[in-house]
Design a protein around this ligand. Structure first.
Ligand SMILES: [Zn+2]
Length: 425
């Protein structure tokens, strides 16, 4: 009962009734690989224009179709003869087509789906191409073909957004916007110029824009303008990690200035130089019981002793250190009153920290939102790491759209759908 045709179709999982398998054999081709070759005919039972079965057969078009295989060292090729017919009724010519492969293409749609699903994993395109016995160009084309599926609608925006930027193609900074709660990507834009951001968010309906309640960001001056212009109900939230970063940077620069006042080889210089990381930690987290010998300052000290003695070298440094510690505490307690006091502090804390505090003062409402509300850009940190990973696997992307599609593919793990709606290139 089972014919050769039925058997091959069963083993290759091909259901098209118009394909009839005739033969199979192994063959070594020019690239040195042993190919499994199946020959088949794709018949055209009726005219594709008028449906008439009154046809003149007009030869075949021979195509070699790369098919999926479990064993990459033995690629499968289907040598498909596509029937060409001419209709006796409408006298139009047509050629048989199948869902196995798109017109003018020699990669089967099943292979493309496999490639697409491989693209959702953290793998280089070269390795995907090798496994599926295609060229890297094919993999790139498959990637490009699904970019259109990430075109978003403009009638919804999440309540909480997070703005940031990341370094991508050609070391340029790209703008990224995440959903502050689910950490899904809302959008990645090629650049972060004000006019492009305004144009992008301007496309959303007023209702979508009114839905946004908070936007978390760093102290970039024009991000705030964008929020004021585009989101009438949104509170600006300064990312608390960014605030801490600004303060620790100021303390660091002050520490270096103080350190340089003492000559190399002095105990003060050594105490301020090598254990620099300790000055940026919370004092409560420092080791207070077990002293360790350090050859830099030739003494056994605990971490707490190092810091206490180190900052005592300079009054300004003491003030700046205490201010940072007070800031840490207030941040942990979400204590906005304490933050207000810190910002209004008149203590000598060095020029850079003074400037940082002034910046906080100018953005007081947004800074206090960052202290009291639970939203931060911490989620973006993880995301930036993911982008770096994708870029590292690919040895850098030269094409922004490809990078973007890949990021979103890996993020969404796109489900396999039927080839018809997926691979319309
Ligand atoms: Zn016809």
């Amino acid at each position: 009962m089972s014919s050769l045709n039925d058997y091959i179709k069963f083993s290759l999982d091909i259901e098209d009734q118009n394909i009839i398998f005739k033969d199979y054999f192994y063959k070594f081709l020019d690239d040195g690989l042993k190919y499994k070759i199946y020959t088949a005919e794709l018949i055209q039972p009726a005219c594709s224009f008028c449906g008439s079965v009154n046809l003149i057969h007009n030869g075949h078009l021979k195509t070699n179709i790369h098919y999926i295989t479990a064993n990459a060292s033995q690629p499968i090729v289907i040598r498909l003869l596509k029937q060409r017919v001419k209709c006796r009724d409408c006298s139009k010519g047509s050629m048989a087509q199948s869902s196995l492969v798109n017109k003018y293409c020699c990669i089967s749609n099943k292979s493309k789906l496999r490639i697409l699903s491989a693209l959702t994993e953290d793998r280089s395109m070269t390795s995907i191409a090798r496994e599926h016995n295609t060229s890297v160009n094919t993999v790139q084309r498959v990637l490009a073909s699904c970019s259109h599926r990430f075109i978003d609608s403009y009638d919804y925006l999440p309540e909480h957004l997070a703005f940031d930027e990341f370094k991508g193609v050609d070391r340029k900074l790209h703008f990224i916007c995440l959903n502050g709660e689910t950490h899904e990507v809302v959008q990645i834009l090629r650049n972060r110029f004000k006019k492009d951001l305004l144009k992008y968010f301007g496309k959303f309906t007023p209702k979508a824009r009114a839905n946004v309640k908070t936007v978390t960001m760093d102290l970039n001056f024009y991000y705030q303008d964008i929020v004021r212009e585009c989101f009438p109900n949104a509170k600006i939230v300064i990312d608390r990690f960014h605030m801490v970063q600004m303060l620790t940077r100021s303390l660091n620069s002050l520490r270096v200035t103080v350190m340089k006042k003492f000559g190399k080889g002095t105990r003060e210089y050594a105490l301020l130089k090598s254990p620099w990381k300790l000055y940026l930690k919370k004092f409560d987290d420092l080791e207070k019981l077990h002293p360790k010998y350090n050859w830099h300052y030739k003494d056994s000290l605990t971490q707490a002793q190092i810091v206490t003695e180190g900052i005592a070298c300079d009054d300004t440094l003491v003030n700046a250190y205490n201010l940072l510690q007070a800031f840490f505490t207030a941040l942990d307690d979400h204590d906005t009153e304490a933050i207000k006091e810190i910002i209004a502090s008149k203590a000598q804390v060095g020029p850079l920290m003074h400037k940082t505090l002034l910046t906080f003062k100018h953005n007081l409402t947004a800074v206090l939102n960052g202290i009291s509300l639970p939203y931060s850009n911490g989620c973006l940190e993880g995301f930036n790491r993911k982008i770096k990973q994708i870029e590292r696997t690919a040895y850098g992307y030269s094409n922004f759209t490809n990078l973007l599609t890949r990021i979103r593919l890996e993020e969404n793990k796109v489900k396999e759908k039927g080839p018809s709606n997926l691979l319309i290139a």
